[in-house]
Design a protein around this ligand. Structure first.
Ligand SMILES: Nc1ncnc2c1ncn2[C@@H]1O[C@H](COP(=O)(O)OP(=O)(O)O)[C@@H](O)[C@H]1O
Ligand SMILES: O=C[C@H](O)COP(=O)(O)O
Ligand SMILES: [Mg+2]
Ligand SMILES: [Mn+2]
Length: 585
């Protein structure tokens, strides 16, 4: 294991992303933060908006620096949204960014999003909101990972370092004044003509947590993502040349369903990307080996970009991206940009110590107003308050347990994401409308939508919003059961998973089935809830031996998935906490 894993130059795990963004803004004259948001924009964003050229946004979880803020500048991104480490940003920040670059700009805004469930959901929700405000927005999802040998039963190909090529291509086209539709067309075509494969020599660790996985001193791992997710094969350490050959052999292997064809005579650009902890000396050796490999197969390597483009915290390792070139794409790569992390330099501009600019406010038509739902008597409202408090307390207690399960099947942030949402809810506890369950669930949805981020934040927000509806006209046990069902349907509709796919949907639907059967027999509500707890716990435990067909875990081989799913475990804990609070334990 690398000696530096877990040891970090941070002040606190809560503020590390904000402080790093402030440092980035302070050291680059062209960048400013929107006050109140983890959003970096061009300092001249107001004139960019007024220029009626397409504006570009990208973003995602932090920990991939210089992505994405480093790609802001003329000829690349207009702004970037940063989530917590490895956690997709919440819609409130994404929407603030869309407004900042899109208000009053008829040319529209393109969101360039890496293919992760959390990012697709959070950026998708924000896009829908922005459209309902009359803004012209489109989204391009990039997934160019060549690691997966078969990808029909997974969350799809991951977006990796090649996404930076798409920032550059779309940015150059926007600078030329091309339309949003044109940019989407050319950039999507380019995205389908590239592939990335990564290897790692050591794990990374999310601030405040242990290493994402263990790798022996004499091993390397092939085909892993940029969040410490497992790759598909471990091999004995060997020479740089042999490792590069193994990477490019896999990338071009026709038996692998995500391979990239690179026939003799192809013209390509190559990106040699440091995953965070690789020395410049090694990067040079890897670049040399990759060029030799490709040229020995009759491929013309016309552009090479070497450096840290899309990192995975301190992980030692590299990824190689190959992008097919034509004259248009080459011209886009060669076009000028002032983005600090693209390998060209802006000189002669004084730096400033101002890092924040005001975020534009949403010019809002009359608020729809939340329709008032049925109210409950004070004793029931008090029980609801106890339930919310108990569920949140338990989520905070279980942060490390859930992170540890997520390290085994995903990216290690599930517990921190759940705890973040819980803390925000507790902070608002004294103002929550416990006497109206319908409004209560909508308010909880708004809180988790604003602050949680990640797949969990988006999925719980959808769950709570949909669950509120049946409680508008009734608050009896049957209405709560219908609310659970409506929430499950919303997660499934937008997240694309079903019960049986090894997700939070498993215990939720087990609880719903049990509750619904128990309520239609002669059980009391508390007895029904007791049975639902047992069913949810059993179902969450059973995920340990299930293959995953959704979310990050779907990239991990079934033989490596031996512990329960973190999201499912969180649901079981929440349902048990609900029962205990109702029972008065
Ligand atoms: N498409 C989906 N539908 C339902 N639940 C999902 C889906 N994708 C992931 N999950 C749940 O989310 C949990 C992980 O949450 P989180 O760590 O917030 O996600 P991520 O880090 O991948 O954004 C998983 O354990 C799983 O239960
Ligand atoms: O860090 C990368 C991604 O933006 C995280 O997405 P996620 O919320 O699905 O884990
Ligand atoms: Mg995450
Ligand atoms: Mn996660």
């Amino acid at each position: 294991m690398a000696a530096n894993v877990g040891k970090k130059l941070i002040n606190s795990k809560e503020r590390c992303v904000d402080e790093s963004l402030e440092g980035t803004a302070a050291s680059h004259p062209g960048l400013r933060l929107l006050s109140g948001h983890r959003v970096m924009v061009r300092e001249d964003v107001a004139s960019v908006r007024a220029a009626a050229k397409v504006t570009l946004l990208s973003g995602g979880g932090s920990g991939h620096e210089p992505a994405h803020a480093g790609y802001i500048g003329s000829g690349m991104l207009t702004g970037a949204i940063a989530g917590s480490v490895f956690t997709s940003p919440p819609p409130a920040d994404i929407l603030a960014a869309i407004r900042a670059v899109g208000q009053g700009n008829p040319a529209g805004t393109l969101l360039i999003v890496k293919n992760y469930t959390g990012d697709r959901l959070n950026f998708g929700m924000s896009l829908e909101r922005a459209r309902s405000e009359g803004l012209h927005v489109d989204m391009l999802v990039v997934g160019e990972d060549c690691a997966l040998t078969s990808h029909d039963k997974t969350a799809g190909r991951r977006g990796l370092a090649g996404t930076v090529f798409i920032h550059k291509i779309a940015g150059a086209l926007a600078e030329q004044g091309r339309s949003l539709e044109d940019i989407v067309k050319v950039a999507s075509q380019a995205a389908s003509q590239m592939g990335t494969i990564g290897i790692s020599l050591s794990p990374c660790s999310v601030p405040g947590s242990g290493p994402s996985f263990q790798l022996q001193q004499d091993e390397f791992e092939l085909g892993l993502g940029i969040h410490g997710e497992a790759g598909f094969r471990r091999q004995k350490m060997t020479s740089a040349d042999e490792i590069v050959s193994a990477m490019l052999d896999h990338m071009t292997n026709p038996d692998n369903s995500t391979h990239l064809k690179i026939p003799k005579g192809s013209r390509v650009a190559l990106m040699v990307n440091n995953l965070g902890g690789t020395s410049c000396l090694e990067l040079g050796i890897v670049g040399r080996a990759a060029i030799q490999y490709l040229e020995s197969r009759g491929v013309a390597v016309q552009r090479v970009y070497t450096g840290s483009f899309m990192t995975s915290l301190e992980m030692a390792g590299v990824s190689l991206t190959v992008l097919h070139l034509d004259d248009t794409i080459t011209a886009c790569l060669d076009a000028d940009t002032s983005a600090p992390a693209w390998p060209s330099h802006l000189s002669g501009v004084d730096r400033t110590s101002d890092v924040y600019i005001p975020a534009p406010q949403h010019i809002q038509a009359e608020e729809g107003g939340t329709p008032l739902g049925q109210t409950v008597p004070t004793d029931q409202a008090q029980v609801l308050e106890k339930v919310v408090q108990r569920v949140c307390d338990r989520m905070i207690d279980c942060e490390e347990q859930l992170n540890s399960l997520d390290r085994a099947s995903g990216d290690g942030d599930c517990g921190t994401t759940m705890a973040r949402g819980a803390k925000e809810i507790l902070a608002a506890l004294s103002h929550l409308p416990f006497s109206c369950p319908h409004t209560l669930l909508l308010t909880l949805a708004a809180i988790v939508e604003k602050d949680m981020g990640g797949s969990s934040g988006a999925l719980y927000s959808l769950f709570l919003t949909a669950a509120a509806r049946p409680l508008q006209s009734s608050t009896d046990p049957a209405a709560w059961c219908a609310a659970l069902h409506a929430g499950i349907q919303a997660i499934s509709r937008y997240g694309g998973a079903e019960p049986g796919d090894r997700t939070m949907l498993d215990p939720l639907s087990a609880a719903h089935r049990t509750l619904s059967t128990a309520l239609s027999s002669d059980r009391t509500a508390l007895q029904a809830l007791e049975e639902a707890v047992k069913a949810a716990e059993k179902s969450a435990q059973a995920t340990a031996s299930m293959p995953a067909r959704a979310g990050r875990a779907s990239y991990v081989g079934a033989d490596q998935l031996t512990q329960p799913d973190p999201g499912a475990t969180a649901v079981a804990i929440a349902i048990r906490a609900t029962h205990d609070a109702v029972k008065g334990n």
